[in-house]
Design a protein around this ligand. Structure first.
Ligand SMILES: Nc1ncnc2c1ncn2[C@@H]1O[C@H](COP(=O)(O)OP(=O)(O)OP(=O)(O)O)[C@@H](O)[C@H]1O
Length: 467
């Protein structure tokens, strides 16, 4: 499988008046093309901070202490804000927990859905940008390296010399970029002028009414031709509306033509989340990050939105990161699950591995705290509270809340032990010399019940397929 995004040794902290909060601590994972990776953990485990960093919207007091986020060969932590803006507008989209906070309460939803299309729909400008992209990147790379070196304030002679060299190269790179832009503009505009001349000839001929159309039909045809030509230059308002209505239909907003003119307060919570999804989809992203998109919704609506995310993921071949504190939510949607606690990935594996063969006591606790399908009660209540991340524990962060903790758990951070090619867990009891431990009997029983239920469900679905 192709890697779509790679996070490598990412650590993020926040400078606060009461100390340094270590929100994300040395996280690494790959996101594969076409998969849904769920990131699950209690509040404060660092899920949102990590994903906001991927989106390039880390809070002002946040600092990336180390690591890389590689997307299409580029380290997103090194690109400029301008480049990030482009990626956010077209490659990586994000849906948040509270749809209202992503919507403008005093703007009609039609305008909110078409805004991005109109803003990014300057075809000529985009064509020009594509043509001199290489030179543009070359210039911005030098600018970025200068900025990074300056931020580091390194005083060693090697860094000083590097900074000097880069500064020397910058004007030349700028000159090359400006020249390339000029050339690209000339090419694109010449092509456009040709199309414009051809359009004029076509319009002059049409005005002579060669097909003897009646007045109204002729007027309509002239207007249609004009509109088609406007679309060569940019996304027009009419075109943006057509696209918006289509995407509204795609996300299940009934009567889109009427809804287009309404304000967010005229929609239910579930419908608002559909609008937010529609807005994100207009930019045709290939990665969709969903940050607790169903938490604020009631259960029936929750499952409808989950179904919608599943549907658009399949239809548009999206790669999805799904963040939630609730393992139950992702059971039907995730291909793989990463369990996070205290800023670290504690366990990562396929859906089956996490649900049927969990290895970390924290994953056991999360599974046990899910309400039971029949009794609707939780088996286990996780005792205690997550650690204060200004002073993260030395060893396994979950040890303080775990009845299975050993001495070493208090002293040393466990590495991720390999259970299978796809399954890893950071728990000392997986060390070959550690005494074996068993998960709680009630949890094992629940896992067995879940297995039976899932198999039954699959059998029924297969039977339905044959009917
Ligand atoms: N701007 C900030 N300044 C200081 N600390 C912050 C900031 N943003 C997040 N944190 C801290 O970083 C840690 C991780 O927060 P994060 O929001 O990623 O958790 P989460 O797992 O997404 O939880 P939730 O589900 O509540 O959003 C927490 O301890 C939080 O208090």
């Amino acid at each position: 499988m192709n890697k779509k995004l790679t996070v490598e040794n990412l650590s993020i902290s926040f400078r606060t008046v009461s100390g340094n909060v270590q929100a994300v601590r040395d996280i690494s994972f790959d996101l594969y093309e076409g998969e849904t990776l769920a990131i699950v953990g209690e509040s404060g485990s660092g899920k949102s901070v990590m994903n906001r960093t991927i989106m390039g919207i880390l809070a002002g007091n946040g600092i990336v202490d180390s690591g890389k986020i590689v997307y299409e060969g580029e380290d997103l932590l090194k690109i400029t804000e301008e480049q990030y803006h482009e990626i956010r507008g077209s490659k990586i989209g994000m849906i948040y927990q509270d749809p209202l906070s992503s919507l403008n309460p005093i703007m009609r939803i039609g305008k909110q859905i078409t805004e991005g299309l109109l803003l990014n729909g300057h075809h000529l400008k985009n064509k020009i940008a594509k043509l001199y992209n290489k030179e543009r990147i070359a210039y911005y790379e030098i600018e970025r390296d200068i900025r990074i070196l300056k931020e580091k304030k390194a005083k060693d002679p090697e860094s000083k010399q590097k900074l000097k060299d880069l500064k020397k190269r910058l004007p030349e790179a700028k000159k090359i970029m400006v020249a390339a832009k000029k050339k690209a503009t000339k090419i694109v505009m010449a092509e456009y002028e040709k199309q414009k001349a051809a359009h004029k000839i076509e319009m002059d001929a049409l005005k002579k009414n060669p097909h003897n159309l009646d007045k109204e039909a002729l007027k309509a045809e002239i207007e249609a031709k004009k509109e088609a030509f406007r679309r060569v230059k940019r996304v027009t308002k009419m075109e943006a509306k057509e696209k918006a209505l289509k995407v509204m239909e795609e996300v299940g907003i009934p009567d889109p033509e009427r809804r287009f003119k309404q304000y967010p307060f005229q929609f239910s919570g579930g419908m608002r989340q559909r609008i937010v999804i529609a807005i994100v989809l207009t930019s045709n992203p290939d990665i969709l990050i969903c940050d607790e998109p169903t938490t604020a919704l009631d259960v029936t609506i929750q499952s409808q939105i989950l179904e919608l995310i599943k549907k658009i993921k399949e239809e548009r071949s999206l790669t999805v990161i799904f963040i939630t504190h609730d393992l139950g939510v992702v059971a039907n949607i995730a291909d793989r699950i990463a369990v996070m606690y205290a800023g670290k990935i504690q366990e990562i594996g396929t859906n089956d591995e996490i649900f049927y063969n969990p290895q970390h006591p924290y994953t056991w606790a999360l599974l046990g705290s899910m309400p039971d399908l029949s009794s609707h009660e939780a088996l286990i209540n996780i005792p205690g509270t997550p650690p204060d991340m200004r002073f993260p524990p030395k060893g396994d962060a979950f040890a303080l809340r775990s009845q299975y903790a050993m001495k070493i758990d208090m002293e040393e951070q466990p590495p991720l032990f390999k259970i299978s090619d796809t399954h890893y867990a950071a728990a000392w009891h997986l060390h070959k010399d550690a005494p074996p431990i068993e998960k709680p009997v009630e949890l094992q029983e629940r896992i067995e019940r879940m297995k039976v239920l899932t198999e039954e469900l699959i059998r029924n679905e297969v039977a339905l397929d044959y009917e």
